[in-house]
Design a protein around this ligand. Structure first.
Ligand SMILES: Cc1cc2nc3c(=O)[nH]c(=O)nc-3n(C[C@H](O)[C@H](O)[C@H](O)COP(=O)(O)O)c2cc1C
Length: 222
């Protein structure tokens, strides 16, 4: 697939076919994606690929935590968004709920959707990116971001869909219980990966982007 086509066509996939993704395919994608740049070529990423029973256990553990009302405690915490950023977040939820036929006041269906995120959207596999806590946090997060997007782009060449997923790693203790990720690693992000179910309503979502002229400041041009 042409690189520009891959960038244009990549979108978050939140509904997958149950078909497993062959280990060899995942390996090839990661082999290619780890060509991503990193500061001083430090490659501060550790990659854990989870499927089968291990992934099911994480899903189950996450749902149990939610059901027990445990407050999510991700390794990489984030503060709530405000202003235009919050508005974009709300707009996204409105678009997804509309496609999924979830009414604003339907608490049960909204909770069900939330759980889906914590189940990695029922994807057959998930890629968890973590990094040694001893490396520089800020720069290494940029590096992991570069790898994250490169994985998603490479995956599309194999007909695979991805959704970068914060929700699945909101309870790091659950992830660690069923993977060998050590406490000395910060769990940064995960990617749900599998073959897209194109009939799944939320996969029809085409997210919007701010017009370029609102984002760019040109300097020194004639
Ligand atoms: C760091 C990061 C974390 C994300 N976490 C989630 C998540 O937990 N649940 C979810 O449904 N989407 C998640 N997404 C996907 C975004 O919602 C999505 O990328 C954005 O709405 C743009 O849509 P697109 O990917 O289809 O272009 C995440 C994306 C990023 C970059």
């Amino acid at each position: 697939m042409d690189i520009l086509q891959a960038i244009r066509s990549r979108k978050s996939i939140r509904g997958f076919k149950p078909d497993p993704v062959p280990k060899e395919v995942l390996r090839e994608i990661l082999q290619i994606a780890t060509r991503a740049p990193s500061a001083m070529n430090t490659q501060p990423w550790n990659i854990t690929v989870v499927t089968g029973k291990a992934l099911d256990n994480i899903r189950k553990g996450n749902i149990e935590m939610l059901a027990a009302g445990v407050t999510p405690n991700p390794d990489l915490p984030f503060t709530p968004y405000h202003g235009v950023y919050r508005q974009r977040q709300v707009d996204l939820a409105i678009q997804i709920f509309k496609l999924m036929g979830i009414a604003r006041e339907d608490k049960a269906k909204r909770a069900e959707w939330r759980q889906r995120g914590y189940r990695f959207f029922d994807a057959p596999a998930a890629i968890i990116l973590s990094m040694d806590r001893s490396v520089d946090k800020l720069v290494s997060h940029l590096d992991i971001g570069a790898l994250m997007q490169t994985i998603c782009l490479a995956a599309s060449d194999y007909g695979l869909g991805t959704c970068i997923a914060n929700h699945g790693i909101m309870f790091p203790e659950v992830v660690r219980r069923f993977t060998p990720i050590p406490e000395s690693d910060e769990i940064v992000i995960s990617i749900a990966i599998g073959y897209p179910d194109w009939d799944f309503p939320a996969n029809k979502l085409e997210t919007e982007r701010e017009p370029l002229e609102n984002l760019i400041t040109w300097c020194g041009f004639a």
